[in-house]
Design a binder for this molecule. Sequence first.
Ligand code: AMP
Length: 396
Amino acid sequence: MRKIMAVNAGSSSLKFQLLEMPNEKVITEGIVERIGLKDAYYTIKVNGSKEKEVLPILDHAEAVKKVLNDLIARQIVKDLKEISGVGHRIVQGGWYFQDSAIVDDDVLTKIEELCDLAPLHNPAHLVGIRAFQKVLPGVPNVVVFDTAFHQTMKDDTYMYALPYEWYTKYKIRKYGAHGTSHKYVAYLAAAMLDKPLEETKIVTCHLGNGASIAAVKGGKCVDTSMGLTPLEGIPMGTRSGNIDPTVLEYMSKKEGYSLEELLVILNRKSGYLGVSGVSNDSRDLEARVDTDERCRLALEIQYKRIADYIGSYYILMEGIDAIVFTAGIGENSSRCREKVLNKLKVLGVEVDREANKARGEVAEITTKDSKIRAFLIPTNEELMIARDVVRLTEGK
Ligand code: AMP
C-alpha cells in the first residue's frame, strides 16, 4: 500500500489530497489559502468535518511544511517517508507533453518555458513542485497536464486559420483544458457502454466555474472547446467564451479600454456574471430565473452554446453513444442537464426526468428509448493524478 499526495498549487493557494493506493481511498484532504499573508487559512478534513486555522504562511514551502507537520501531529501519517510520491496538476503542458511525466530538470525547464501560455498557473505550479522537492527530498514528483489528453487532436482541429508563421514561431494553436477530468469521465462512461472502447463515441461536458466540452472517439480526444487558453469555447461563470474579436477594437474605441483591460473583462467580468449582472454562480442565477430576465438569459446563452458544440461533435464523430455531465454544474444542476438535452431531441435524445434529479453520483439520466445515452459522472482529478504517480513510479 502506498500513500500518494495529489497537489493543485495556485498562485496563493495549495490544495491537497492524500490517497492510499492502489485501493484509491482518500485519507484526508485540505487547502492552504492566502499564502504570502500573515493571516493565511489552513483547512483540513478530519473524520468528515473541516478544521480551520488562521496563521502566517509566507510562501509555498511553508505551506507544504505546515501540511506535512500537521499530518504527523494528527497521526494521519507516522513518518513522512510513508508518502512515496507527489502528483501535481499542471494547467499548460503545451506541445511537449502527451502524457504525465516524472519531474526532472528537463521537465521543469519545459514547464517554465510554457509560463507565457499560462501566466497565472504554470509559475504557481513550479513553486509548488519546488516546495515539495525541498521538504520531501528523494520523493518522486509527477506532473499531470490538463492539456495532455487533448494532444491527439488532428491538425485541422487544433490549428487556427491565422498566419501560419504564428504557429511555427509562437506555437499559437488550440491546446484545450480540463483534460484530466475529460479523460476520467470518458473512460468511466465507455465502460458503461456495451461495446469495445475503440468503438465508443462520447461527448464529455465539464461544466464548472470554468467549462469545456470534449469529443472522445475510441478513447482519444478528437476535439475540445477550449483553445490556446481557457477563454475559448462556451460562456462560463465569468468568461465570455467565443466572441467576434472585432468587439475588442470597437469597445476600445468607444470606451478607451486597453487590451489588458479588455482581456480582464472577457476573463473575469463576462459569462454568467456579465450578462446577469448578479453572480458568476449558477445557483444564484437558477434561483432568479423566474423573476430576473437577465439571469434566465445568461443561462440560456450557455445552454445553447453547449448544445451547439454537442451537435458539431455528432457530425465530427459520425454519431454519439453517450453524453457525460460533470463538475460543479454538470454534477448538481438537473435544470442545466435537462435544458441542454432537450435541445438535442432531433438526435433522438430523451431525458428521464426522474433519474435526472440525481446529484453528485453516477446516474444514467436518459430513458431506455433514448438514441443517445446521457450520464452524470462526478469527476475526480485527484484520483487520476494519484493513479499516474503510481503508474510512472512503480518499480523505480
Ligand atoms: P467547479 O468549478 O467544478 O467547482 O464548479 C463550481 C460551480 O458549480 C459553481 O460556481 C456553481 O455555479 C456550480 N454549482 C455547484 N453546486 C450547484 C448546484 N447545486 N446547482 C447549480 N450549480 C451548482
